[in-house]
Design a protein around this ligand. Structure first.
Ligand code: ADP
Ligand code: MG
Length: 252
């Protein structure tokens, strides 16, 4: 990954456009008083529109806590995080365990966010079916998640997240449960989709290899309480594109 950053790392984009996501002195602890546990931060972070940012860090360092704050599911203890929205479009989050609804059909799962946005039924159906086609799930609109493979369930979760055309896609180790081959396929699909839709993406992983494959930049967090301690951008010192798959150290 090259030399350690020579200067104190600034996780800010060198962009003149306003960031899509900005965190300032963001921190979070759990519990109170002497039993309080510092879980995250302080973190400063800017993500430019369209940028694919990966955050990598050890287990328990606060990655999910950061993402949950970004998704509005958790309040920070101090500091702030804002997502600049051009419209009332939501942020969309994909959890490691996919979070899809087993009691709903595939189509109803993908339509879910559109229903919440009160998109008229016929339009919501059409948009959801569109995403099913894009993700190779057209024949499974009426199926239930239990009938699908892990990779297909993952694609349902991605279709559901992208169907709402989110301002920013927040992904928390979404491919951790997939086998290596399927993970590679999903990584390719995700890159293709986020590039064509120009979706700003914050992708959490504990795998440096995955972060390097996916990221326009890779931010490294320290152990709990997680702070951003390094920032890397391409060209990464390690191989990056298709040769990664034929390189023994990456095929484990
Ligand atoms: P990561 O996703 O990097 O593995 P998390 O953000 O899930 O880490 O957790 C960071 C730390 O905060 C861990 O020590 C975890 O046990 C703690 N933590 C997370 N959520 C809660 C919670 N709701 N209550 C108490 N502690 C929590
Ligand atoms: Mg986590």
């Amino acid at each position: 990954m090259g030399d350690p950053h020579p200067n104190p790392p600034q996780a800010t984009a060198p962009s003149v456009t306003a960031p899509k996501l900005r965190a300032h002195a963001l921190s979070r602890s759990f519990g109170r008083g002497t039993r309080a546990l510092a879980a995250l931060g302080p973190v400063d972070l800017d993500i430019a529109p369209g940028e694919f940012t990966c955050i990598v860090g050890p287990s328990g360092c606060g990655k999910s806590t950061l993402l949950r704050i970004a998704a509005g599911l958790l309040r920070p203890t101090a500091g702030e995080l804002s997502i600049r929205t051009a419209s009332p479009r939501p942020a969309a989050m994909i959890f490691q365990d996919y979070g899809i609804h087993d009691w709903k059909t595939v189509l109803a799962n993908v339509r879910f966010g559109l229903d919440i946005q009160r998109v008229p039924r016929r339009e919501a159906d059409a948009r959801a079916r569109d995403w099913l086609v894009r993700l190779g799930l057209a024949d499974f609109a009426g199926a239930y998640p239990a009938e699908l493979s892990g990779g297909m369930r993952q694609r349902v979760a991605i279709a559901r997240a992208l169907a709402v055309e989110p301002e920013i896609l927040l992904m928390d180790e979404p491919f951790a449960a997939l086998d290596a081959q399927l993970r590679t396929i999903m990584q390719d699909e995700l890159l293709d989709l986020t590039q064509t839709t120009r979706t700003t993406t914050l992708f959490i992983t504990h795998s440096l290899e995955e972060a390097i494959v996916l990221g326009d930049r890779v931010l490294v967090m320290s152990a709990r309480p997680g702070r951003i301690i390094a920032e890397h951008r391409p060209p990464f010192a390690r191989p990056r594109t298709g040769d990664i798959r034929s390189t023994p150290e990456f095929t484990a």
